[in-house]
Design a protein around this ligand. Structure first.
Ligand SMILES: [Zn+2]
Ligand SMILES: [Zn+2]
Length: 353
């Protein structure tokens, strides 16, 4: 790899192979940094752009990828040479939403691999304001490419667990413990909840169980009434309250959303993290009867990233068994396999130009 050449794997057409492009390194402006990419995770959102026809904000051809770690090559003195995580959502930091602590939904936000060329490349030019430095303690445990998953797969569920106002001793029910959900479950556990994981995959539940969650249930094996009874019984066993459950829907399926809604009880909070185009039919008045609430969540405020990095650096959150790295030249194979659900770990592509 030549250090002065920019290599990018670009998406040119829907569902077609990514093409390798070579060019000059970009020149940065005052508020920008040039980051040499260490790793970039493959997210479901990338698949939506590449395969399912969701439009990127910037026109094609475009380099996808928004789950990025790397080393700052050019930029302000305090960041030069630093290992950093690039937040998946880069807000402006100045607008009303940003100032009200809602920077994750800043209307001027920029997302790598959507608004501008992203992380499946050798280098990336980004606004540097919210770059999150990686402490050495994190690098003693993981490689910089592995840590790229902090930028989305971990930060997104971290924000939602915080937003849910989960307290120590609460019962947390996480529906869907795949690449993102497993972190939601583990973060809830770290924050002191008793955690039940629900999924329809025995393999994923096995991983969840071995990661120290309190209980796992395969929702395929139980009708809904039996499932709710089982959850009630587990709450009792764990000495968790029978109300105020924190339910996290991370499967992004209609069935998962129906289960999540059905599990609502008094003073519960249901957080919607997964996305589906389907529309479940539910009786919203249950919210009134239970004095319960449903909240949504989008991405993660960059301001929370240092807390997430700290969870990993302090070894409270162990990520090694949920991440697998591949050379970036395998991008086409990795995307096809991800689409075919062939991996149970988060794939991170490592530049090998
Ligand atoms: Zn993503
Ligand atoms: Zn803003």
């Amino acid at each position: 790899m030549q250090n002065n050449i920019l290599y990018q794997w670009q998406m040119t057409t829907l569902q077609k192979e990514f093409e390798l492009k070579e060019g000059k390194l970009p020149v940065i402006k005052e508020e920008e940094a040039l980051v040499k990419i260490a790793g970039c995770g493959v997210c479901h959102t990338d698949l939506s752009f590449w395969h399912f026809g969701v439009r990127t904000k910037r026109e094609l051809p475009l380099t996808l990828g928004h789950e990025i770690s790397g080393v700052v090559m050019e930029g302000p003195a305090h960041l030069k040479g630093k290992n950093v995580i690039i937040p998946a959502v880069l807000p402006c930091g100045e607008c009303d939403l940003c100032k009200k602590g809602r920077s994750n939904i800043c209307r001027n936000q920029l997302m790598p691999g959507n608004d501008f060329h992203g992380g499946f490349a050798s280098h990336i030019k980004v606004p540097y304001r919210f770059l999150c430095p990686v402490p050495d303690a994190a690098l003693e445990k993981y490689s910089l490419p592995q840590l790229s998953v902090i930028a989305d797969a971990i930060s997104t569920p971290y924000q939602v667990v915080k937003k849910s106002e989960l307290e120590k001793g609460d019962l947390a029910i996480v529906i869907g413990v795949g690449g993102v959900g497993i972190y939601g479950a583990l973060v809830a556990k770290i924050m002191g909840a008793k955690v039940i994981a629900l999924d329809i995959s025995d393999e994923k539940l096995e991983v969840a169980k071995n990661s120290g969650l309190n209980a796992v249930l395969n929702s395929k094996d139980l009708d809904f009434k039996a499932l709710k009874n089982k959850v009630r019984q587990l709450a009792k066993e764990f000495d968790a309250p029978p109300y105020g459950w924190k339910i996290f829907e991370i499967s992004g399926t209609k069935a998962g959303q129906l289960t999540a809604f059905g599990l609502l009880t008094f003073a519960s909070t249901l957080s919607i993290v997964g996305f589906t185009m389907e529309k479940p039919e539910v009786r919203l008045s249950n919210l009134m009867a239970f004095d319960a609430k449903i909240i949504g969540t989008w991405g993660c405020q960059p301001e929370l990233y240092p807390e997430v990095v700290d969870l990993v650096a302090s070894d409270k959150l162990k990520i090694g068994k949920f991440v697998e790295t591949f050379p970036m030249s395998k991008i086409n194979e990795v995307f096809r396999n991800t689409l075919a659900h062939k991996y149970d770990k988060r794939s991170v592509l490592v530049p090998d130009f």
